[in-house]
Design a protein around this ligand. Structure first.
Ligand code: DAT
Length: 180
């Protein structure tokens, strides 16, 4: 059973992280539909808040994020609670923001196919595959948050997606039960 936090928010804040292509968007969309929690897609929000710099991130081949500006923009929303944060990195967010952190994992061959069908090639494909092979995001999550709130979830097929969504919804329900 997943531990329940006693943070004083009106609803829990959930982090969903993992290498690009592991299924964060699909899972977050589903949880948001099932629970009414707000899905915060950080890559989209960064554009809306004009938090993208001219510099380029070599590994993820995307613009570098102005993290401080993003965090300032999100502070109030996160304090209220009820958010599902979706991003491929988690270490720069304040630890106090999250009640639970889910790290999605996908088997290498499946992830490779997903990234290729997304149009990734060359160094970008290789770097993202290395990120999953060396479980970079899982290690990052474990070193940035209390180990007991970090959960690794396998997300290889639609059955696992359903299972993960169901369990996260149960976790959310438990959080509310614990508050009342
Ligand atoms: P992310 O947001 O982590 O980059 P995504 O949600 O966009 O990933 O999913 C990447 C691709 O993989 C997309 O084509 C949908 C597919 N996918 C996601 N979860 C899956 C699952 N559990 N089973 C099969 N395909 C899945």
């Amino acid at each position: 059973q997943l531990p329940v936090s006693s943070a004083r928010r009106k609803a829990p804040n959930i982090m969903v992280t993992g290498t690009p292509g592991v299924g964060k968007s699909r899972l977050c969309h589903q949880i948001s539909e099932m629970t009414g929690l707000q899905w915060l897609e950080i890559s989209k929000i960064a554009k809306e808040f004009s938090c993208l710099e001219d510099e380029f991130d070599e590994v993820y081949q995307c613009p570098v994020l102005d993290e401080d500006k993003l965090l300032d923009g999100l502070e109030e929303t996160m304090c209220v609670g009820g958010n599902i944060v979706d991003y491929h990195s988690c270490e720069f967010f304040p630890e106090r923001w999250f009640d639970v952190v889910f790290v999605l994992r996908t088997d290498n061959t499946l992830l490779y196919d997903r990234l290729v069908s997304r149009g990734y090639t060359g160094k970008k494909l290789e770097d993202n595959m290395d990120c999953e092979i060396f479980q970079t995001v899982l290690e990052e999550a474990k070193s940035s948050y209390k180990e007991e709130i970090v959960h690794e979830l396998h997300n290889n097929n639609p059955e696992q997606l359903e299972f993960n969504a169901h369990n996260i919804c149960l976790w959310i329900q438990e959080w509310f039960d614990h508050q009342s």
